[in-house]
Design a binder for this molecule. Structure first.
Ligand SMILES: Cc1ncc(COP(=O)(O)O)c(C=O)c1O
Length: 490
């Protein structure tokens, strides 16, 4: 059977089916500007539709609203046009959003993004560069190289020896740490040691690498949630005895998700150096302290890690995703070296065309570096540090207020910007009342409070990432928690 022939002739100008202007590309920036006006108006309208930090009514009501908006067919045969589709769905999405810019949205490491970061992300989307080859991203390739160098320097690495890549976040960066540590000696096997408060992505990354569950060892923590170094050392000695050839990776955490606790990095580095273990530090949360002169000492020892995960969509106020993986020694990336003729043929590279293909697990890769570069240039390290300090101060204010109130119990002083506490429920009812009051606030659209189960007891968590929130906002949020606790007890 012969292939159908084209109906176009050389005289044909590009024409699109008649109808709404949904076919416009980014060569028409005027049309894009019109659509952006539409989008922002719809975001605003959606915010007005939503009286609090998230929609009231809980999951069933939110799902019903989305279904109603989409109608019976979410993928209609005939389009409804750019303007209508954008306006309708954006408004629905905004009305149904958990709004991290609202001071009562304080559950997760989910920051309100800087306007300048969002605008820069739009530039990345409009230009649609892809970092898997230089001929899809000439300037962005160099921008990523330079920004990664700068971040490596900030961590304390020798920038000319270090290397790194922009990732989708801590999960991908932690996986890269494990993968590259293993692939230095791929046949020897891998054992992973992390504190029992390490992020779950470490164990999941190990599973993705095909390791059995027993290959990941949870090391005990001290009373402050920091890895117990003596226990780590003993575990490493035992592992060497059992599997003398296995590659050993220790994953330290600089900023655990709930408590913000930071493992004793200099001690971890010392033990790893003595026991010939690779040290990866998950600084996805705590890495933000690098921006602050006041808080940077919390990360002393980070430069001795073999690799580091940072996340600028947490304490960096950038729209998701903005992760970074850094390695002290660029040779760590050797196992990812990939040569394919359509992206980085050897003769192109000999001719001076650079390639970042061997830096990433991904192929097509958007230029998330643009927003990182723009935001850091706009605010400077000092500006970013001021935001980190503001949230840190707010967390201490919250801890003081909780301590002062008889109806609340503080679990631990904040290290970074999280505060774990509970509503003082009647004896034996702590878990049920705290879990219930959090859901009550969520379902009524009043507040988004975090949950942290510690020693089997459900507690509450404020993750304070909104530098525009005020002490008065924190007071009102705590009042809302107590009011919901009382309703729950009734
Ligand atoms: C300590 C820590 N590491 C890693 C991650 C995973 O990061 P991401 O969600 O960016 O993949 C998180 C997420 O909250 C985290 O708290």
């Amino acid at each position: 059977m012969s292939a159908p022939s084209s109906t176009l002739t050389t005289a044909d100008a590009p024409t699109m089916p008649a109808g709404p202007a949904a076919f416009t590309l980014t060569d028409d920036l005027d049309h894009l500007a019109d659509l952006l006006t539409e989008v922002l108006a719809a975001v605003r309208a959606g915010r007005r539709d939503r009286p609090g930090p998230l929609p009231a009514g809980g999951p069933s009501e939110v799902a019903a609203t989305v279904r109603r908006r989409l109608g019976p067919n979410p993928l209609p045969h005939q389009g409804i046009g750019a303007r209508t589709a954008l306006a309708e769905l954006t408004r629905t999405l905004s009305a149904g959003a958990a709004d991290p810019a609202h001071p009562f949205c304080a559950a997760h490491l989910h920051c309100p993004p800087l306007a300048v970061g969002v605008a820069a992300d739009l530039a990345a989307a409009v230009l649609n560069q892809s970092l898997d080859s230089w001929d899809q991203a000439p300037a962005a390739t160099e921008l990523e190289h330079q920004v990664v160098r700068g971040l490596a320097h900030l961590v304390g690495y020798r920038a000319e020896r270090a290397a790194g890549v922009v990732t989708s976040g801590g999960t991908e960066s932690n996986l890269m740490g494990l993968l590259l540590a293993r692939d230095g000696a791929p046949d020897a096997g891998l054992r992973v040691f992390c504190s029992r408060l390490a992020h779950f992505s470490v164990a999941r990354g190990a599973r993705l690498l095909g390791l059995p569950a027993r290959a990941v060892v949870d090391v005990d923590t001290d009373a402050d949630g920091r890895m117990d170094v003596a226990a780590l050392d003993a575990a490493l000695v035992e592992a060497r005895r059992q599997t003398p050839r296995a590659r050993v990776v220790v994953v330290g955490t600089a900023g655990t998700t709930d408590l913000g606790s930071i493992d004793p990095l200099p001690d971890l580095a010392r033990v790893c150096e003595a026991r010939d273990a690779f040290l990866h530090v998950d600084a996805a949360y705590g890495g933000g302290a690098l921006f602050s002169d006041r808080l940077r000492p919390l990360l002393t020892g980070l430069a001795r890690a073999d690799s580091v995960a940072l996340d600028l969509h947490k304490l960096g106020w950038l729209p998701i995703p903005a992760g970074v993986f850094l390695s002290r020694d660029r040779d760590l990336f050797t196992p990812l070296t990939t040569r394919v003729s359509y992206l980085n043929p050897a003769d192109d590279e000999r001719a001076g065309i650079p390639s970042l293909l061997g830096r990433s697990l991904r192929t097509t890769r958007r230029a998330d570096v643009v927003k990182i570069a723009v935001a850091l240039r706009a605010l400077g390290l000092a500006g970013m540090g001021a935001l980190v300090e503001r949230c840190h101060d707010l967390a201490h204010y919250a801890a003081d207020r909780i301590t002062a109130r008889p109806d609340l119990v503080l679990h631990a002083r904040p290290v970074l910007t999280t505060v774990v506490f509970s509503y003082a429920a009647a004896a034996g009812r702590t878990s049920a009342v705290n879990a219930g009051l959090r859901r009550r606030l969520l379902f009524e659209g009043r507040a988004v409070i975090g949950r942290a189960d510690l020693a089997g007891v459900a507690r509450l968590k404020l993750t304070l990432l909104n530098p525009h929130a005020t002490p008065a906002d924190v007071d009102r949020l705590l009042d809302a928690v107590v009011a919901a606790g009382k309703e729950e007890e009734r």
